[in-house]
Design a protein around this ligand. Structure first.
Ligand SMILES: *Cc1c(COP(=O)(O)O)cnc(C)c1O
Length: 401
């Protein structure tokens, strides 16, 4: 017997749940890409994307995933042989550094471990020591999706400024945009990247690079025609937007998602994610009073509001994930980059994705399922985590009427 029939919740950190309105918008026949409504629809996305990233700068849209815009962002500003600084807070920082290496760029990794944010003070020291300004860019991951560590991007700008260093500031906001507060222009970010499938609530397949005029001025000697952001951001013809066929259905989905986001408002979206994240933390802290389950990041100020990495000890992470999927219709995320990929310890970690189209009944359902799983599997825990989460939500939401 399984109890899992009903609406599933893939509580993985991307692809996130897509709203019904997005799915309906995408459910249509082939579209004309030479004339007609797709052209105005595409133009209409740009100002709303800028509102989401809090920027007045350019945006280039790619048919790509996050890895694609990792490459696109570097390919438009750096030459092979250039040096970049990568403060590392988890697997995703390293992934971006590896992408740079593949382009012949030299990443210098500053390791900050798997449980803490990067330290702008240490980065400032390193930049001060770079008197010849050999470092051309700093690659900051806002939320590292593997560790769920959130770092201080505005602090990174302050470090660059305090050191008087001209390097460009790049921010990977693939996990965080539309979930955690992010303000590209106010925070002095030169290049921001994101994808469709996390906070933007659209299936994977399109990705975005926002770039400042300062970044645009760093054009390298050669840019591949496909990654070149200039024609995408300043198209002479419709096909310049995507260097070929438009991702027609994704554009309709994105229009629907942005309509929902504009109606809710960015501040309200950030508040909703913050409250739901606090509910999750309250539950886990409660369970952990009498058992092995712990949040990966100790300081709430450094935790993502979009994804939560948990430590429970092997093999309990794997057992709990399997139980929740088989019995409760909830898919939890695997641990990523927390232990060597072939070691048994990797089964001691798992993650909750809570990005985009999420609300209290989904989060309380997730937490209730986990608490049931802890009980079914005889994993020690203090009972009552769900009540602790419910108290957070009760306190945050006003009475009806
Ligand atoms: C998901 C993610 C990526 C990679 O995106 P893909 O679409 O899987 O290529 C990169 N960085 C961060 C922070 C992410 O969350």
């Amino acid at each position: 017997m399984s109890l899992s029939n009903g609406r599933p919740y893939r509580a993985i950190p991307g692809p996130s749940e897509t709203p019904d309105a997005v799915q309906r918008a995408m459910h249509r026949s082939s579209q004309n890409i030479y004339e007609g409504e797709i052209i105005a629809l595409t133009e209409s996305l740009i100002p709303d994307l800028r509102r989401v990233a809090r920027t007045a700068h350019h945006v280039a849209i790619y048919i790509a995933n996050g890895h694609g815009v990792w490459e696109a962002s570097l390919a438009n500003i750096l030459n092979p042989g250039d040096r970049v600084l990568v403060p590392a807070t988890g697997r995703f920082s390293h992934g971006w550094a590896e992408m740079a290496e593949g382009l012949g760029i030299h990443p210098e990794i500053m390791e900050f471990g798997l449980q803490s944010p990067f330290d702008p003070g240490r980065i400032e020291e390193r930049l001060r020591a770079d008197t010849g300004h050999e470092i051309k860019a700093v690659l900051g991951v806002h939320v590292d999706t593997a560790t769920s560590v959130r770092s201080d991007i505005a602090g990174l700008r302050a470090a660059l400024d305090a050191a008087g260093h001209p390097a460009l500031l790049l921010a990977d906001c693939i996990a965080s945009l539309g979930c955690d507060r992010f303000e590209m222009d106010a925070w002095g970010v030169d290049v921001t990247l994101t994808g469709s499938q996390k906070g933007l609530m659209v299936p994977p397949g399109v990705a975005f690079v926002f770039f400042s005029p300062k970044a645009a001025a760093h054009r390298p000697a050669r840019v591949s025609r496909h990654w070149d952001w200039a024609p995408r951001a300043n198209p002479q013809s419709y096909s310049d937007h995507f260097n070929g066929t438009a991702p027609t259905h994704h554009l309709y989905g994105l229009r629907a998602a942005l309509d929902m986001m504009m109606e809710e408002g960015m501040e309200a979206i950030w508040d909703r994610h913050a409250t739901l994240a606090r509910a999750i933390w309250a539950a886990v802290d409660h369970w952990g009073q009498a058992g092995p389950l712990k949040l990966n990041v100790a300081d709430p100020a450094h935790r993502s509001h979009a994804v939560t990495t948990l430590r429970i000890g092997a093999p309990q992470g794997q057992r709990l994930r399997a139980w929740c999927e088989e019995n409760a219709g909830v898919t939890l995320g695997i641990g990523l980059g927390m232990a060597p990929p072939d070691s048994p310890e990797r089964h001691g970690f798992f993650r909750f994705g809570h990005m985009g189209h999420v609300n209290p009944h989904m989060i309380l359902g997730l937490l209730g399922s986990v608490e049931a799983g802890l009980g079914a599997l005889d994993i020690p825990h203090a009972r009552g985590g769900v009540q602790a989460a419910a108290r957070v939500i009760s306190a945050a939401a006003p009475p009806a009427g």
